[in-house]
Design a protein. Sequence first.
Length: 147
Amino acid sequence: MRELTEQIAIARPRQNVWELLADFGGVAAWAPYMKTSHLIGDVRSGVGMRRGMKHAWGFRFEEAVTDWQDGKGFSFDVFRAPFPMTDVRESWFLHHENGLSTVSTRVTYRMKLGPLGKAIDWLLVRFIVKREMRAGLQGLKQHSESR
């Protein structure tokens, strides 16, 4: 299983950053690679909340919250991840210290196709995932600090 992590410091109070993160269906407002995002179903907060998204490259996928720590962070599973990725899980956590909010994100996943999948991951997928993680964090920072 591959595990990737990134973090960013944001010069905004914890509550301001948490409001953006907690708006699970509104991620497209600040994540550059998401064209659209919306909640699915009746759960509006916490474990069981689901969202649908359309990526800038055209594919669609869904995510469901599996862990929720109000004001601190959450984890979710990604359904219908881009082939050949599988078992994709992501976490976002918020910490506040010395006037800065630090947001960290972690993505774990496996690759289908055995050795070929491992090669594709090594040569391409991990770089794309890291780029999107950094872009998402940067988008969150810019959106937070401009409010």
